[in-house]
Design a protein around this ligand. Structure first.
Ligand code: F6P
Length: 545
């Protein structure tokens, strides 16, 4: 069953939400908390090791009721069934969307064209397990008989961002293998990385779903050339493995059949870290930890599939984000993890969220009349507090923000962790309450200011507050809790795509730039420059001079 094509703006719930927005838009979070005792507990979901508090949002019972009505009217329940059931919901590419099958249990059944794909998934998982264990233990060696010390993941977009984010996030669990990532076609990156490496002890993992991506193929060829300066063609089999759906192209590149890790067209690049695309993750943290990552994601899948919407974390966070995006017209959302380990988390989610829901055609092929994908950004706290939080507190933009924090630190430094978390809680409280003129006045008076001097300073010290946040507080950063956290955002993407009546799983928008780059490369490499606008021509002449 395809996803329905329901324009959300034509639903009763949407119209009621518009009215409700007009009536409540001036209400301050301070008032909501003052008038509703127990609001903090009421608007929170406790699930496994997660406490998700969405009470510091501009919403009431009525808002939630209407958002849930909207979810019903756009057919979210059936859409979830189609998603997990392997329907071809990526209609523009004629594919199912089954990253959830990558973390299914062995006895689960997910049918694609009548075949249970869970069996194939487990075959590849077995291969990831035996390969990663052999490399980590030193049983699998390089061409001179030495064990591997370094692993280089060569890939871009979904073939890079997931692996790099997770290996950084789970650094605490890493073994002795050093992982490196080469993504950008910028030759300075690959040459910088190669500077640190010994060809005799380095394993290269080429990851490209299509195996046609310019950046990845260029980097892989440069690296192979560098490798062959000290090794011979037959040694390539010991040092290069590939992850792709394009088995023909892998062969052309010279990768041995045994070194190929297949993937499937029903896994989107930006949702692929759970497949063999995550090989560098398994190499870096060991297979058992990789498996735990999948278990955590599977638990979140089941929560999303089975929990009533009002207690369902991805559904609630997705709908709350729709509330701000489409009614308050907030354009961006910030994601601020209070752990340095998650320093690539928002960069990873930028692809997941913006490549998925950055669409302007509805599912019937007409231009949408409402806003779709949010702009995602963020950096870890507390660093971000000293960078862009000024704008969040006193700027003119409304920026709904997710704060992600952990009860325990991994190295157990209680002193540091208490300070970190004090900042974590203080920021959401400050964003919500702000500081009133009366409070500022009192503070200035206590500092000895009065009269004209006080009045002059007063307006600059006022914080409006009323800035919405979600707090995701998790027991500990483990492979399992990270798996669940990533899956939470994956399902939030799905919820929003369904509401906005768009196709979340294609990415035609990145093609145009790729095509033009190919043509311009010809202009750069040849003596004559082809037809371009006057600005591009001028720039190309300057570049070539
Ligand atoms: O940026 C576009 C894109 O197609 C992404 O969706 C994908 O993750 C990335 O390029 C890399 O593609 P591939 O894995 O085929 O090299």
């Amino acid at each position: 069953m395809a996803l329905p094509t329901i324009d959300p703006t034509t639903t009763d719930a949407w119209k009621k939400l518009q009215e409700h927005y007009k009536e409540t838009k001036e209400v301050h979070l301070r008032e909501l908390f003052a008038t509703e005792e127990g609001r903090g507990k009421k608007y929170a979901i406790l699930w496994n090791d997660f406490l998700v508090d969405y009470s510091k949002n501009r919403l009431t019972d009525k808002t939630l009721k209407l958002l849930l009505e909207l979810a019903d009217e756009v057919g979210l329940k059936d859409a979830i069934k189609s998603y997990f059931g392997g329907e071809l919901i990526n209609q523009t590419e004629g594919r199912a969307v089954l990253h959830t099958a990558l973390r299914a249990k062995k006895d689960d059944e997910v049918l694609v064209d009548g075949v249970n794909i869970v069996d194939e998934v487990f075959e590849v998982k077995e291969k990831i397990k035996s390969f990663s264990e052999a490399v980590i233990s030193g049983e699998r060696k390089g061409y001179t008989g030495k064990a591997f010390t370094d692993v280089v993941n060569i890939g871009i977009g979904g073939s890079d961002l997931g692996p790099v984010m997770v290996t950084e996030a789970l650094k605490f669990y890493q073994n002795d293998l050093k992982t490196h990532f080469v993504s950008n076609v910028d030759g300075d990156l690959v040459h910088e990385v190669l500077k640190e490496l010994n060809p005799k002890t380095t394993l290269f993992v080429i990851v490209s779903k299509s195996f046609t991506t310019q950046e990845t193929l260029s980097n892989a060829l440069t690296i192979k050339k560098w490798f062959l300066q000290s090794a011979s063609e037959k040694d390539v089999a010991d040092h290069f493995v590939a992850v792709s759906t394009n088995l023909e192209k892998i062969k052309e590149f010279g990768i041995a059949d045994d070194n190929v890790f297949p993937m499937w067209d029903w896994v989107g690049g930006r949702f692929s870290l759970w497949s063999a695309v995550g090989l560098s993750i398994a190499l870096s943290i060991g297979y058992e930890n990789f498996e735990d990552l999948l278990i955590g994601a599977n638990e979140m899948d089941n929560h999303f599939k089975e929990t009533p919407f009002e207690e369902n974390i991805p559904v609630m966070l997705g709908l709350i984000s729709v509330w701000y995006n489409n009614f308050y017209k907030a354009e961006t959302e910030a994601i601020i993890p209070y752990t340095q380990y998650l320093h690539r988390f928002s960069a990873y989610l930028q692809q997941g969220i913006m490549e998925s829901n950055g669409k302007s055609m509805d599912r019937a092929g007409n231009r949408v009349g409402h806003e779709t994908g949010t702009i995602i950004w963020g950096e870890p706290g507390t660093n971000s507090q000293h960078a862009f939080f000024q704008l969040m507190h006193q700027g003119t933009k409304l920026i709904p923000t997710d704060f992600i924090g952990y009860k325990e630190s991994l190295h157990g430094d209680v002193d540091h962790h208490n300070k970190l978390m004090a900042n974590f809680f203080a920021q959401t409280e400050a964003l919500m309450n702000g500081k009133t003129a009366d409070e500022v006045k009192q503070e200035l008076e206590s500092q000895g200011l009065s009269g004209e001097e006080l009045q002059k300073l007063l307006p600059f010290k006022i914080f409006e507050g009323n800035k919405p946040t979600n707090t995701i507080l998790i027991k500990k950063l483990t492979p399992k809790s990270l798996g669940a956290l990533i899956a939470l955002y994956e399902h939030k993407i799905f919820v929003q795509g369904v509401v906005w009546n768009i196709f979340s799983y294609d990415q035609w928008g990145v093609e145009l730039g790729k095509q033009l780059a190919k043509n311009i490369l010809v202009d750069i490499e040849n003596s004559k420059i082809g037809k371009h606008d006057s600005s591009t021509l001028n720039l190309l002449h300057f570049f070539k001079e």
